[in-house]
Design a protein around this ligand. Structure first.
Ligand code: FES
Ligand SMILES: [Fe+2]
Length: 436
């Protein structure tokens, strides 16, 4: 039984919650670079861990992220002028540079000693792989900021998308760690019964998967950064000789590498905006295929102005029942919902903003979800006891880590196949705790 107390610990990230404190040990994607593309352009609001920040690109192209409210009398800096290397509050004209330093105070006497001495709370920022990343564990200029690691797609072809869910972060992560649902919820978009050796991909909205097996066997392997889990299914062809295996990698606390398709790798990042809202960033990347951003967003149903409003919120919501099409269901569409993203968001949101895990009945196909909860609760205990945040002792995120999707001969352990050489040489072999 999952207790109410553990549910609070796992899910709450606002204010000074233990999980919120844990999240402040990682560089978090704050927004996409394209949202603050223009030097001296319109500042945007960034919400993270229950707080509002303002992000802007200064005259020289540097991005700054600071608390939204002016350090003087707390007017919103979303309204500020963005000019000559700083945000100038429109109330009394105080001006802050990207590091938060107050560089001009026109409402103070000319000999004021405050100018150039006081600071607004601004945070370290990096740009890489299409994202603006922020570290909320220390203010800009602090000495104890962990080195920034470029994400695995930084130097290859990639496309990214963004969509908000009205649900707690842990519940959205659990959706990704739940391979079994893809054979049911998504069965009209990811069709079973494909004859190939891999899931097809490309520009198609509909993919084929080489299996009819809706009840995968789930096996979990703990690693220092989190865990890997395999969903093992009986393939459509040559089932006596091989298994169809999908390996997902979870790098705690928010970075999931999901099984690739025939053309690209996929990472999904789930970033808590507050206790009841989560931003999902998806990345497709490949050193073989050039990904088209527009097609990528069309495919995932994440186009602003079509599937999403201009704050990346879906137009299909709980209030319009996600525009579920009952006639389509009668005609054979399984869920009646348009697209995998809508299907995922609908099931996550209808659990309530924070799912009551004390009321669930879990079964064997939920093993990866159980592992996620145990691991994150242990990560909180370790961190609260003064230990390092989970995964931060190894390079994070690990650029060399890949998910896996394909056939494995029967009798061969997926743990020995679905790894990169770097992992074999690294620490996976040192990790214990096999839950299989
Ligand atoms: S409130 Fe911003 S300058 Fe006064
Ligand atoms: Fe899904």
């Amino acid at each position: 039984m999952f207790t109410a107390e553990n549910n609070e610990l796992l899910t709450r990230i606002e204010r000074d919650s233990p999980m919120g404190r844990l999240f402040k040990n990682y560089w978090l994607p704050a927004c996409m670079s394209e949202e603050v593309a223009e030097p001296d352009g319109t500042p945007i609001r960034v919400r993270l861990l229950g707080e509002n920040y303002v992000a802007f690109r200064d005259t020289n192209g540097k991005v700054g992220i600071m608390h939204e409210l002016c350090p003087h009398r707390r007017a919103s800096l979303l309204l500020a002028r963005n000019e000559e290397c700083g945000l100038r509050c429109i109330y009394h004209g105080w001006k802050m540079n990207v590091d938060g330093l107050v560089v001009d105070m026109p409402s103070e006497p000319p000999n004021s000693r405050m100018v150039g001495r006081i600071r607004h709370r601004a945070y370290p920022v990096q740009e890489s792989g299409g994202f603006v990343w922020v570290y909320l564990g220390a203010v800009a200029g602090a000495a104890d900021v962990p080195a920034f690691m470029a994400p695995p797609w930084a130097n290859v072809n990639f496309a990214i998308s963004k969509v908000q869910s009205n649900a707690n972060w842990a519940q959205v992560v659990e959706g990704v760690l739940d391979s079994a649902h893809s054979s049911t919820l998504h069965s009209s978009n990811i069709r079973p019964g494909g004859k190939g050796d891999r899931t097809s991909g490309g520009d198609l909205i509909i993919m084929d998967r080489p299996t009819n097996d809706a009840a995968p066997r789930i096996q979990v392997q703990r690693t220092e950064y989190g865990f890997r889990y395999a969903a093992i299914r009986t393939p459509t062809q040559n089932a006596d000789e091989r298994d169809y295996v999908r390996v997902t990698v979870f790098m705690a606390p928010f970075f999931s590498v999901i099984p690739p398709n025939a053309h690209w790798e996929t990472v999904i990042m789930h970033i808590p905006l507050d206790d009841e809202h989560t931003m999902q960033y998806s990345v497709g990347y490949s050193d073989r295929t050039v990904l088209d951003t527009e097609k990528f967003r069309e495919r995932s149903g994440t186009r602003v102005g079509i599937e999403l409003d201009d704050e990346y919120r879906p137009i299909r919501t709980q209030h319009n029942r996600y525009l579920q099409d009952r006639a389509a269901m009668k005609a054979g569409h399984f869920s009646g919902l348009q697209g995998v993203t809508t299907e995922d968001i609908a099931v996550n949101e209808t659990m309530g903003p924070i799912a009551d895990r004390t009321q669930e009945i879990l079964a064997v196909s939920d093993m990866a979800i159980v592992q996620f909860r145990q691991m994150m609760l242990q990560a909180i205990r370790d961190h609260e006891a003064g230990g390092p945040a989970i995964g931060t002792q190894v390079k994070w995120p690990r650029a060399d880590i890949r998910a896996f999707e394909g056939m494995i001969p029967k009798g061969v352990d997926w743990r020995t196949v679905a790894v990169t050489d770097a992992e074999v040489a690294g620490y996976v072999s040192q990790s214990g705790l096999d839950a299989a």
